[in-house]
Design a protein around this ligand. Structure first.
Ligand code: BGC
Length: 807
């Protein structure tokens, strides 16, 4: 232990005090030993440091910071150098705001397009997400502070996120849901990991020894700190035993006492606590040095804004360009329609929300461009209400234009933390507008603003489609640079766009039932499913157009890697993202038809050719064998494919690989869906075969009294009349607020109340309600109203008294 001497000077109480927050964002200090508190702040695409009122849902304002494009956007750049640069800029701003730990990046897999936080995550592919995440982490940590990769692990939905049990087989867990974390930890060397809210195969992730000890610490050799997601701690002592050092936010010392008791009672050895303290001290001392070196660092707002613009430019994806409608020729008459042109949709809602230093908007930027901008109409109401007047005005304007720029997408209340989307559609009023404008002027270029895949049954009505995703504070300028050709688009999708939601592999089991979500599709998420099961998609993973064209040739495969050539065969400079996919050609162990194992973004002048080399690594041929419980390599022929997307393979060669001769872990006859890849309708028995056990009960037991880990929503079955009434009041308020168009506030009820487990009342109120008081609340909920109330009041008095004594 690095800090043995210092730890020896601490009392048991002092050690325990370091294991949880001092307030919402800071850790505890021990002044007499020179241990300062450190500050943790969101977030993944810009600093959200709250100077005053604190919350984890992005409700109260934070200090202005650069709002970079969100992770879902930058993922489309496939540019790890850019990721590292963004990380450096984020790190610099964090230092300027005295933030020691930046709570990002978020790297959960996009298992299903409806997950409400997909805009905050990179990819449906673990290799891709891991590589970009590692680059962010290197950039952030180059300043001496810490990144915090989150949410570890298998947290792929928002619905009931604080209680849901993710039921997933070990191989899928390793290959799909943990690989990105493995890369972020081993290559990015993150100093902090955030455990997720959910349970994983029955246990809360931060208490899950298999996840936290066996995999994270023992296999990956991680020696940094694990922090709970805010309010995500269940049993504090179990969390500590699993190696979860820091609980956030504060519980006003309540859980520290749990730790002290556990040590005194011998439930946990003091040595375990010491190891956790040691790791926490390393985080404190290593990250605070930077502030001593740079006591009054500021950052260049304009320079950072420019970087945000460059990041957006590299990440925009051109999805359609019929008749080469883009780039727009100079002098052309352009009409701009759509609310998002005036009020940009540039980031998602929730804890990642950034208060931008400045914000570009399309209309202002248009004035500076060499095109004849003839006017703007809002066209539709942002939150979905029909408005005939707006639509008519938009059509009138469209009739006078050569080209219509139509800004459509999803509003901020639809893509938010704490809630999943309920469909992949964009609002009907926008589609009515598109129909009407199309009848008047077919020269439409749609600009999309949203952070996740949507259905596009309307795609035939637009000639150009520019996907800006959520492009940050400088996104408006970046999109127009692509539209005018100042920038040649080079982004490619980091997620597949199916035609319809029903085509997606997890749709039958998303977001699961009351208690659990079964990942029955196994390995087959995203393109792994569409390609293997031969399901057509609108836009495949890795897809994106350019204003130039590229030719691939001359593939050479060795045991170390693959070399090939790319030539820019068009008239303008551009960048191509070449993707390496690997296909195991043996049929013994089921595998997706192809899997991404490398990529390279290459910048080329017209007629220029470059040789590209993509090395193989420890992940190129491996699979996780559940019999040997190890990564193994199958002896087989492997297709080495170089594609311009997952669907469009340009070069291919086969290589024979000598494997590790591990036994085949499966009985093929019992796993037909997995061997065929058609894993969208897996029956329970087959899933259980894969899982190696029975699936747990998925519905609430309505006969049992409610406990700590039951949710407020379960009050509908409570014995206590008051609890049932409270439930109906909450549900009614939610419906009512939605009806009157206050979707943000309605969402808030869902996020912060409806799905909250009772323990959250104690974990998230910073010591206002403690666990004994919660016992009183539960007695009331369970039908003993007066007894519960008396208990609650008695415990409250006791708490206040003990607080007074401490002061
Ligand atoms: C989110 C985390 C975030 C934390 C602090 C939680 O609700 O899940 O991603 O870092 O709040 O704001």
């Amino acid at each position: 232990m690095k800090y043995r001497e210092l730890i020896n000077k601490m009392t048991l109480e002092e050690k325990a005090s370091l294991m949880s927050g001092k307030d919402f964002w800071q850790t505890e200090s021990i002044d007499r030993l020179g241990i300062n508190n450190i500050f943790l702040a969101d977030g993944p695409h810009g600093i959200r440091k709250q100077a005053e009122a604190a919350d984890h849902l992005g409700l109260n304002e934070s200090i202005p910071a650069t709002c970079f494009p969100t992770a879902a956007t930058v993922a489309n750049s496939w540019n790890t150098n850019l990721g590292e640069e963004i990380g450096e800029y984020l790190g610099e701003e964090a230092v300027a705001q005295n933030v020691n730990v930046l709570l990002g990046p978020g790297i959960n897999m996009k298992r299903d397009p409806l997950c409400g936080r997909n805009f905050e995550y990179f990819s449906e592919d673990p290799y891709h997400a891991g590589k970009i995440a590692a680059s962010y982490i290197k950039g952030i940590q180059s300043h001496g502070i810490s990144a915090c990769v989150k949410h570890f692990a298998a947290n792929n939905q928002e619905e009931r996120r604080m209680t849901i049990d993710t039921v997933v087989d070990e191989r899928t867990l390793r290959e799909i849901y943990l690989t990105a974390f493995e890369i972020a930890i081993k290559e990015g060397k993150t100093k902090t990991v955030m455990s997720s809210y959910n349970r994983l195969n029955g246990e809360y992730t931060n208490e899950n020894i298999h996840l936290m000890q066996e995999i994270l610490r023992d296999e990956w050799g991680y020696d940094g700190v694990v922090v709970t997601d805010w309010g995500g701690s269940n049993d504090r002592v179990a969390g500590l035993i699993a190696g979860n050092e820091l609980e956030m936010p504060t519980t006003a010392g309540e859980t520290d006492k749990d730790i002290v008791h556990a040590v005194k009672e011998g439930k946990i050895s003091e040595e375990v606590l010491d190891v956790c303290v040691d790791r926490l001290l390393e985080l404190v001392f290593s990250t605070e040095k930077v502030f001593e070196r740079n006591p009054s660092l500021t950052f260049d707002i304009e320079k950072h804004h420019q970087k945000a613009q460059q990041a957006a430019e590299e990440s925009i994806v051109l999805l359609k360009n019929e008749e080469n409608i883009l780039p727009l020729p100079q002098g052309i008459k352009v009409a701009t329609i759509g609310d998002f042109a005036k009020n940009p949709r540039y980031q998602g809602a929730g804890s990642s929300i950034v208060n931008p230093t400045k914000l570009d908007n399309t209309l202002d930027v248009l004035e500076q461009l060499p095109i004849d901008h003839i006017g703007y109409e809002q066209g539709f109401e942002r939150y979905g209400k029909r408005n005939k007047g707006m639509l008519n005005k938009a059509c009138k304007l469209a009739a006078e234009a050569d080209v219509v720029l139509l800004y459509i997408g999803l509003d901020e209340a639809t893509e938010a933390e704490g809630l999943d989307r309920n469909s992949m559609k964009i609002p009907g009023n926008q589609l009515e507008l598109l129909d009407a404008v199309h009848q008047i002027n077919p020269n439409i270029v749609a600009v999309l603003s949203c952070g996740a895949a949507i259905e596009m049954p309307w795609i035939d009505k637009v000639k150009g489609l520019v996907h800006g995703y959520l492009s940050g504070q400088a996104g408006a300028k970046a999109v127009l640079s692509v539209i005018t050709g100042e920038v040649n688009p080079s982004g490619k999708l980091a997620e597949s766009y199916p035609f319809r939601y029903v085509d997606t592999p997890a749709s039958q089991h998303f977001p699961g039932k009351e208690l659990s979500v079964e990942y029955r599709e196994g390995l087959f998420i995203g393109y792994r499913y569409y390609d293997t099961a031969n399901v057509n998609v609108l836009f495949p993973f890795g897809y994106g157009l350019s204003y130039t064209t590229f030719a691939y040739d001359d593939i050479q495969v060795t045991k170390d890697g693959v070399t090939f050539k790319i030539t820019n065969t068009g008239d303008v400079a551009g960048a191509e993202i070449a993707q390496l996919y690997v296909q195991c050609q043996s049929q013994e162990i089921f595998r997706p038809k192809k899997e991404l194992k490398g990529f390279s973004k290459v910048y080329l002048q017209p007629n220029e050719t470059k040789e590209v080399y993509i090395p193989f690594d420890d992940k190129t041929f491996r699979y996780f064998n559940v019999k040997t419980n190890k990564w193994e390599i199958e002896t087989a022929d492997y297709g080495i494919m170089i594609g311009t997307s997952s669907k469009d393979i340009r070069l291919e060669q086969t290589i024979s690989i000598e494997g590790t001769s591990a036994p085949v872990p499966y009985d093929k006859a019992k796993l037909p869906s997995y061997y065929s890849g058609k894993a969208n309708h897996v029956e329970q028995v087959e899933f259980e075969q894969l899982l190696g056990r029975k699936v747990p009960v998925a519905n609430w037991d309505r006969s049992k009294p409610l406990g700590y880990n039951d949710t407020i929503a379960q009050c509908q079955y409570a014995k206590g009349m008051v609890a049932r009434f409270a439930f109906h009041l909450i549900s009614f308020s939610h419906r009512f607020l939605q009806k009157i168009g206050k979707r943000d506030t309605a969402n808030l009820i869902m996020m912060s109340v409806y799905h909250m487990p009772f323990r959250g009342i104690a974990r998230m109120t910073g010591g206002i309600v403690n666990m004994p008081m919660l016992d009183g609340i539960l007695q009331m909920v369970n039908g003993n109203f007066f007894k519960g109330l008396r208990h609650f009041l008695k415990e409250r008095r006791r708490m206040l008294k003990s607080q007074k004594e401490t002061i």
